[in-house]
Design a protein. Sequence first.
Lengths: 110, 131
Amino acid sequence: MLVSIVHRMTGAALATAGLALLVWWLTAIADGTDAYAEFTRAAAHPIGLVVLVGLTWAFFQHLLSGIRHLVMDSGAGFELETNKRFAMLTLAGSLVLTLAIWVPVLGGLL
Amino acid sequence: MSLGESATPLGKVEGLGSARYGGEHWLAERVISAALLLLGAWLIASLLLLPSLDQRTLSEWLSAPSGAVPMALFVITAFVHALDGLKVVVDDYVHDEGNRFALNALLLFLAVGAASLALFALGRIAFGGAA
């Protein structure tokens, strides 16, 4: 239940903020070094970092619970224990993947 | 479009059920999700494997077909998937038919516009020459 609602919320965040950021990022790369420096400056700002870490988590959470939904669409994984374990795995997995990416990056910044 | 009570089970799964659109679209959503799963994994892996994330490295990466083509596919697939998802949210929570139609139309315009902007940027990176 929780993971299903989170799937929807992370999806909405990725579809709006995530895609807006993707368009900005690609446009900045196309515009050249000055525009890209502006992008990285915003990204390295504390608010930018919170947004990026949040979207990274949303990406992995949505990806993993998306796999869960694809499995469930096939008719599998509806047993109460299996279903709950799979849901918990998506939460643990997204946390681990987000930390794996950002701990080295943030460690480098400090 | 809805045949209501008179719809047969076959008619419902063929797209004439209570949702007013149907089975093919449901399956297409799943196929697109699976494609985005692969492209998303490609994107994360690529970003982690690139020697650096400065503008020069990124534009070199996106100038080559091996970077430009999957990125273009990622952009298109991500926007189609985002539109599919947002439409579900709008259809679930916006009950007035006029507002629902207007909001879905607005989202379609925004998605097509933003996706075009992203693809045009990719074109500039690949063909612009000014890396």
